[in-house]
Design a protein around this ligand. Sequence first.
Ligand SMILES: NC(=O)C1=CN([C@@H]2O[C@H](COP(=O)(O)OP(=O)(O)OC[C@H]3O[C@@H](n4cnc5c(N)ncnc54)[C@H](OP(=O)(O)O)[C@@H]3O)[C@@H](O)[C@H]2O)C=CC1
Ligand SMILES: Cc1cn([C@H]2C[C@H](O)[C@@H](COP(=O)(O)OP(=O)(O)O[C@H]3O[C@@H](C)C(=O)[C@@H](O)[C@H]3O)O2)c(=O)[nH]c1=O
Ligand SMILES: [Mg+2]
Length: 290
Amino acid sequence: MVKILVTGADGQLGSEIRRLANRFQDFHFLFTDINELDLTDQAAVSQFVGQEAPDYIINCAAYTAVDIAEEDTELAALINTKVPALLGKLAQANNIKVIHISTDYVFDGTSFLPYTENDLVNPESIYGKSKLNGEIALLKEAPSAMVIRTSWLYSSHGKNFVKTMVKLGEDRDELRVVADQVGTPTFAGDLAEAILTIISKTKNNVCEWKPGIYHYSNEGVCSWYDFAKAIHELYGINCLVHPIPTEEYPTAAARPPYSVLNKSKIKRIFGVQIPYWRDSLKKCITELKK
Ligand SMILES: NC(=O)C1=CN([C@@H]2O[C@H](COP(=O)(O)OP(=O)(O)OC[C@H]3O[C@@H](n4cnc5c(N)ncnc54)[C@H](OP(=O)(O)O)[C@@H]3O)[C@@H](O)[C@H]2O)C=CC1
Ligand SMILES: Cc1cn([C@H]2C[C@H](O)[C@@H](COP(=O)(O)OP(=O)(O)O[C@H]3O[C@@H](C)C(=O)[C@@H](O)[C@H]3O)O2)c(=O)[nH]c1=O
Ligand SMILES: [Mg+2]
């Protein structure tokens, strides 16, 4: 039986992996979040990994408060950089395969073409920097690891833009949303399925385990403004949304103006099929309305 340790299992992505678990009957999952296993407690993590001896670690734990991170630099670095380094060290010593998640915010967004895994990184925010350093530290410790960068993650669970727009749209008559930051939303359920499919296919020798960096988001492209409009339309919320430039919505952390990810590599190597963002948004909104 394949044993998979999922960290940050109460977050958006972790919860979706939990939900899919029964579709992967030959996997035995160990779901942990901070209450079961505080990843900043090195001794506890070493002991847990030694004792449970998982075959895989899916690291869904992260510090994801982008604006607060600008002040809370140390905690962001601890969770987003030091933890992946520690997991990498343990993975390398114990022959564990790691899938770690990173972000489109490692890019500065000055490109006009979807970013490939080889494109130059240049994070503008503390969060983005801490995530980039986490990728580097993990791959240095465990060259056999995979890093999957994703973007604009949402689900019916937790804190995200979809739920914020539903709440604000119901409370207010008008909203202002930036229209000059362009990327791709990603339904956490789709990413969860892609991750488990990759583990399953590589385990069953359908594909080879190929270490390194991968990009995964839903298909298509939109601005946060387009995304907000789609959320309201699909939910049936009547709210006047105004498109605004970034200067009119000041935030502590800078976001990339363009962070569309090129997903050719993950599709080619693992035969992952990716839904269009609006189709997945529809699924999430159906869940939210239940
Ligand atoms: N959210 C997004 O829009 C995007 C996320 N990503 C990346 O995807 C991954 C998954 O993100 P998502 O599911 O949204 O993240 P969430 O913030 O929803 O979940 C992360 C989980 O990790 C937990 N956690 C925090 N600190 C620790 C700790 N010391 N020990 C154990 N667990 C801890 C969090 O707990 P608590 O909530 O109590 O802090 C939370 O439950 C992350 O790597 C993130 O950087 C990439 C692109 C977009
Ligand atoms: C709520 C709100 C936000 N905005 C803007 C602010 C920002 O530029 C953009 C997105 O807002 P948020 O702060 O919700 O999104 P943000 O926290 O930046 O989302 C990011 O999270 C991290 C974890 C990632 O890794 C990224 O991929 C990305 O998903 O929308 C408006 O213009 N109007 C509004 O009413
Ligand atoms: Mg956020």
